[in-house]
Design a protein around this ligand. Structure first.
Ligand code: HEC
Ligand code: HEC
Length: 351
């Protein structure tokens, strides 16, 4: 709603927005589509490294198009001059449907979210909003593109946010094999994948949080839960951690060895940082599982490298944490059932 108002204020006609959606499995788009000139401008800004202080970082460097719109090779993002961020970059596929943004839900619209990474000293490190607007206005190609996309508005905090947000809303991916089976009535899943689905909505309890609707599925309740991952990260975790070096190669290091290299993990209390409610400590936003086969590594800290590890983690009942959700409890799955769940998750890759 807020986004719609911001767009209306920028003065481009939303036209007759019927709310229809072409993609099987997704609900109607929550926001009217923006004009092509706005989307194209947003796409250009999204991958323009000149928006960062030293000209090295863009949105697209952490949300990589060929890596599921996340970064597959690092657990937590690497930003300005190699600085490590404390969290894993979420995918931007279907971000148009997120009710809140960031792992802790601290932002509410894509238009305003844009400014966090641009201004963060560890990410794009722009010294100020004014600096960024002046930098964009000084680049030869932009004034004309802004004039075309936002008549009479020029390069402003609103128009930069609206352009990048408009582009992000076009990053849709659905019509997966799962969607064609569940919502299209087609015979696109194997027996093993259907068994995985039955576990997902049944014994596994996964759909309690990764929700599936009658006519569409976002695989997220949009809420915040403690799965034990945050508490494990905070120091309750295993004494040894597996580090993936390359495909099929891994090594183990003790927590102390790791911290001598990386420093102690950054303090991260999840949703609590936004609400200050003690019950929200170590609670993180339920991520959508659409396209999850493409978006490794997993969880807010990127601590689980493969879907098999995620399923093992849930099967074991999660790491014991003071606020852990009652839905996360030992599942007692057999090896075949765990394989079926993983096979099901791999059917969620859209087009
Ligand atoms: C240095 C890496 C990096 C850069 C550069 C970066 N991001 Fe991100 N992005 C992240 C990380 C890490 C998070 C999660 C942070 C958190 O939850 O606190 C994130 C979260 C987001 C989210 C929230 C998604 C969700 O599902 O909640 C959006 C939207 C987003 N970024 C868009 C952008 C845009 C637009 C830009 C450029 C203006 C950008 N990012 C630049 C790493 C990066
Ligand atoms: C209590 C709610 C809840 C239940 C039940 C639940 N999840 Fe999750 N799931 C979450 C939350 C919250 C996260 C993010 C945790 C984090 O960021 O640290 C998550 C993360 C994931 C991820 C990683 C996604 C990513 O992009 O990082 C996968 C895969 C996943 N869950 C699969 C499952 C499966 C399979 C089940 C059932 C066995 C399940 N979940 C049960 C809430 C839940």
């Amino acid at each position: 709603m807020k986004a719609a108002i911001a767009i209306a204020a920028l003065g481009f006609a939303s036209g007759a927005f019927a709310g229809q959606n072409a993609m099987l499995g997704l609900p109607p788009a929550p926001t009217p589509p923006a004009p092509a000139a706005v989307v194209a401008l947003g796409e250009k800004l999204f991958s323009d490294r000149r928006l960062s202080f030293n000209g090295t970082m863009s949105c697209a460097m952490c949300h990589v198009a060929t890596q599921g719109l996340t970064s597959n090779e690092v657990a937590t993002s690497v930003g300005m001059e190699g600085k490590s961020l404390r969290r894993n970059a979420p995918t931007l596929w279907n971000v148009a449907y997120e009710k809140t943004l960031f792992r802790d839900g601290r932002e509410t619209t894509l238009e305003t979210q844009v400014w966090s990474p641009i201004l963060s000293p560890d990410e794009m490190a722009a010294p100020s909003v004014g600096w960024t607007l002046a930098r964009i206005a000084s680049l030869p190609e932009y004034p004309a593109l802004f004039a075309r996309a936002f008549a009479g508005q020029g390069v402003s905090m609103n128009s930069v946010g609206a352009a990048i947000a408009a582009y992000e809303r076009t990053l849709l991916k659905a019509n997966s094999r799962f969607d064609r089976w569940k919502f299209g009535g087609q015979d696109t899943l194997s027996a093993q994948e259907r068994a995985g689905y039955a576990l997902f909505v049944g014994k596994g309890g996964c759909a309690q949080c990764h929700t599936i609707g009658e006519t569409s599925a976002l695989f997220s309740d949009g809420a915040f839960h403690d799965t034990g991952i945050g508490y494990r990260r905070a120091g309750g975790g295993p004494a040894e951690i597996e580090i993936r070096l390359a495909d099929g190669q891994a090594t183990r290091r003790t927590r102390a060895q790791l911290q001598s290299i990386t420093g102690a993990p950054a303090n991260d209390l999840g949703r609590f940082e936004v609400t200050q409610n003690p019950a929200d400590r170590w609670a993180y936003k339920t991520p959508s599982l659409r396209n999850v086969a493409l978006t490794a590594p997993y969880m807010h800290d990127g601590s689980l490298g493969a879907l098999e590890q995620v399923v093992d983690y849930y099967d074991a009942g999660g790491f014991e944490s003071p606020n852990k959700s009652p839905f996360i409890r030992p599942l007692g799955l057999t090896a075949a059932q765990k394989a079926a769940l993983v096979a099901f998750l791999k059917t969620l890759t859209g087009e």
